[in-house]
Design a protein around this ligand. Structure first.
Ligand SMILES: [Zn+2]
Length: 272
């Protein structure tokens, strides 16, 4: 599943490849995404220029002269920049054809992605208005982490994964952030000190930044990549490294199940 770094890498790729381009046509091949794509969008956006690419949580915001396209990659969606006449492949859902004879092509085998268009401030759109703060926003700070963990008996990993409290930290980066903060994933959230919250804040941001710099973790299919998907995996500290030595202390990395997901940690660096 694309996580925040992949979406951010995609945003940067779109900005590089398509910002300033006029939209020739939105060609929908299969409107059956998580919500059906409104066929009226095509007429509404044709002829407009794409002025910028933004992001809120895992939503891509394609800013047009009037209004904004709100795009979500879902579980398996990807965007590629291709020549406009590139042959279609299975699961290609739509083309956003640009004036320079390229296209932003959306492919989504599981069809959990989505495409909306709004003339309003996208932050007020029903999909975005209730999103929790995201790790790089000013309102996501140690005090916020303290507030959402205080009194909570849940494991801290589960709090990081709770999208009503934190947005954009998926399974990979929750494990990586806790390792960086040297906090055991099963530690009760309510037992985090103020200092722990500060370490966790830095851990979350550092884990995500490293991935964004590397262009995401599972990158091959995404726009704007240099075709080197394995590069970032080699830099992960704990994720899917169970049985291998900790890069910091040499202790073997362990894995546990939390909320149906695998968590990875170093028992030496992350004491209970
Ligand atoms: Zn270690």
């Amino acid at each position: 599943m694309p996580e925040l770094p992949e979406v951010e890498a995609t945003r940067r790729g779109i900005e590089r490849a398509a910002a300033g381009q006029r939209i020739r046509e939105l060609r929908i091949y299969d409107a059956r995404l998580r919500w059906p794509v409104d066929p009226a969008i095509a007429a509404q956006i044709a002829g407009q220029s794409l002025t910028a690419a933004g992001r809120r949580a895992k939503y891509l915001l394609l800013v047009l002269e009037r209004g904004t396209l709100i795009l979500h990659l879902g579980m398996s969606g990807s965007l590629r920049i291709l020549p406009a006449d590139a042959p279609l492949r299975k699961h290609d859902q739509f083309d956003l054809l640009l004036a320079n004879d390229t296209t932003l092509r959306f492919n989504d085998p599981r069809r959990f992605g989505s495409l909306h268009y709004t003339l309003e401030d996208p932050a007020k759109h029903r999909l975005l208005q209730h999103l929790a703060p995201e790790p790089f926003a000013a309102n996501f700070d140690a005090a916020y982490l303290r507030r959402i963990t205080r009194g909570r008996r849940t494991a801290i990993k589960q709090v990081l994964m709770n999208s009503r409290l934190v947005t954009g930290v998926g399974n990979i980066y929750a494990s990586e952030a806790l390792f960086r903060a040297r906090i055991h994933p099963r530690r009760r959230a309510g037992r985090l000190s103020e200092r722990d919250c500060g370490k966790l804040l830095r851990g979350v941001r550092a884990a995500l930044s490293a991935a964004i710099r590397a262009g995401g973790t599972t990158l091959r299919d995404y726009v704007g990549t240099d075709g080197n998907p394995g590069a970032f995996r080699q830099k992960l500290y704990v994720y899917e490294r169970d049985g291998q030595p900790c890069r910091r202390c040499g202790t073997l990395i362990r894995t546990i199940r939390q909320g149906q997901r695998s968590t990875y940690y170093c028992p030496q660096c992350q004491p209970r």
